[in-house]
Design a protein around this ligand. Structure first.
Ligand code: FEO
Length: 170
């Protein structure tokens, strides 16, 4: 049986992952509204990844005999001044999530919950990727500067990203 303190913290993290999914869906909708379909598609893939993160915690909590308690998901922003501002927002958001995961690791260690610590290690590695993929786009947009057509070339590139459903070992 999982300790109540850990259960509460994991339920909060499920909410944080669902918020992430909601945030990226809002970013995707914004990109749709300005006709950047590739950017929108990239964000839609990110939305799906966040749902996978939420469901990993959801399934783990149930497997440990805990109770999943879903709470309200905060409204995400709906407007941004530029594609760069959106990706900077995404990068900052991922840094915040990394902080939340690190706090969960600290809690699992303090509570001597080794199983929770192990599942969190997957998230520790995942966050390295999450931060890197958002920052990569930030850097590309910055490099383009005011180059004409740059944003449309990047739009085509970002359209290539596909969602890969997790396997049993991922
Ligand atoms: Fe679930 Fe993007 O971290």
């Amino acid at each position: 049986m999982i300790k109540e303190k850990i259960q509460d913290a994991l339920n909060e993290q499920i909410n944080a992952e669902l918020y992430s999914s909601y945030l990226y869906l809002s970013m995707s909708a914004y990109f749709e509204s300005i006709n950047l379909k590739g950017f929108a598609s990239w964000m839609r893939v990110q939305t799906q990844e966040e749902l996978v993160h939420a469901m990993k915690f959801y399934d783990y909590l149930i497997e440990r005999g805990g109770k999943v308690v879903l709470s309200s998901i905060e409204s995400p922003p709906t407007e941004w001044p530029s594609p760069l501002a959106i990706f900077e927002n995404a990068y900052q958001h991922e840094q915040k999530v990394t902080g939340l995961i690190n706090e969960l690791v600290d809690l699992a260690i303090a509570e001597k919950d080794h199983a929770t610590n192990i599942i969190l290690q997957w998230f520790v590695s995942e966050q390295v990727e999450e931060e890197a993929s958002a920052d990569e786009v930030v850097q590309k947009i910055k490099l383009m500067g005011d180059a004409r057509g740059g944003i449309f070339m990047l739009d085509r590139e970002l359209a290539q990203r596909v969602f890969t459903p997790p396997t049993a070992t991922q």
